[in-house]
Design a protein around this ligand. Sequence first.
Ligand code: COI
Length: 360
Amino acid sequence: MATGSFPITRTTTPKPKPADDGLAFGKVLTDHMFLMNYDEGKGWHSPRIVPYGPLSLDPATSVLHYGQAIFDGLKAFRGEDGRIRLFRADRHAARLNRSGQIMCMPEIPVDLVRQSFDALVGLDHDWVPRKPGTSLYIRPTVIATDVMLGVHPAHSYLYFLILSPVGSYYREGVKPVRILASDRHVRAVKGGTGEAKTAANYAASLSGQQDAAAAGYTQVLYLDAVEHRFLDEVGTMNIMVRIGDEVITPPLHGTILDGVTRASALQLLRDWGLTVTERPIAIEEVVAAGSNGTLKEMWGTGTAAVVSPVGTLGYKGRDILINGGETGEVTKKLYDAIVGIQYGKTNDPHGWTSVVNPVE
Ligand code: COI
């Protein structure tokens, strides 16, 4: 299929844009969306940009019943120089395909995914907010569109891309959060779909999240599903712990997402000469480090929150205060470094950003 420029139907009723102050996460969507269909035997076809609006789906559409759905999430940032940059768009496009592979969905050429980002963000460029800390969240999604009630991988799919101007993911902003290590709820199991960014993993996290919120915590720290011992993910983020001078994070062994912010953080930490280990880490080790004073910092990484400091870890009825409940030095340095690259304030030694040209 020819790529590069897509047919555009512009909205005739542009929406008012929200003020940059007080933007929540994902509540406002922009004026346009990108759509593309897949049919077995035909491949991906009919890419197009149309006014943002509801999708019409038959009630028997398979995604509504069996959840064959994947998504990804990345951001566009407006720098002080006025240029709009995407952060690690190729890696996000590749991860969308990795999720698709796990969920038995057809591959989408990475170039085509990239071009859909550039085309839609370029068209809705005025929606990229200007205030520091804000960005335009980009949500590519693929759903199974077969109309049938049998359980099997679908033969037809819809790719859609929508955009939302966002502020901080957490109401706290970039402030230490309270997390609860759950010995009851699990998120994913080896051999399952934990590595995919698929709707079901997020559905599976809701009841744990609800219980944690009722107990006064912001997020759940999931432990492994077999022994309920090893750290898995925290809410929608990857988790990192600094014990003494070593930064430890769980390995990619199928239950956790291969986070783009995770990979970026590990690269920067290694660039800075820190000792970084990807290995299973038991909650007892973290608790013991909390008691003997070697638990220096803990943070989550994710596209939405970037780097989120953990101030308090709750486990079995006890709260461990980390770094006096304050943001630690490595957490802060990482946050500043990643955000600096994203907004084009510092140089980009690994070539992670790409500039999007506005379409008038
Ligand atoms: C992210 O950190 O980017 C996420 O996955 C959060 C998203 C599901 C809202």
